[in-house]
Design a protein. Sequence first.
Length: 201
Amino acid sequence: MRKMMCPYLKRAPLTRKFIWAIIQVQVFIVRGEHMPVDGFFVAAQVKEFKKHINLRVSKACQPAAGELFLSMWGHEEAVLIFSIDPRAFSFHLSRRPFPFRESQTPFGATVNKYLAGAKLIDIEQLPLERVVIFKWENFHKYHGLSYSHLIWEGMGKYSNLILVEPRQNEIIDVMKKVSPDINRVRTLLPGETYRLPPAQE
């Protein structure tokens, strides 16, 4: 299996703060509580998520404006939940069943089109930043193997979720569209080239 790599990504250093963040993530998962999210916490989350590589998407659904649910199956069944709520931006796995509505938002429908049946092949974090790349591999009968990146950016009111075609680095769709009228420095629109957000302090 070919591994899609991002040259700007490096492994997070295994410091005391990082180890403590891993413990916090494990407590967070057990209790289901919301915790403040920083780069170390996200690094620990990513480390935990590595256990779920090779799960596949059965269906994607956008139940609310700032949320995306991916129903996952494989060695376990779970729901991968993304949130870009400014006050509670997060991503996590839930083993509780959620009702998936039949009607779809445009973004939910696009994600479902590209990721239904796709296998999670890797998860990488921009070093100690709140930017995480979920990498997917899918097989289409007529087009063969294809790859997609679902990029979660946890940045308060600027949080977002972007579906990207990695070979051309082209945005397929974005949950919260950002036009030049809103941000002249970094636009996030379908068809645009995806650029990383500025480093967070």
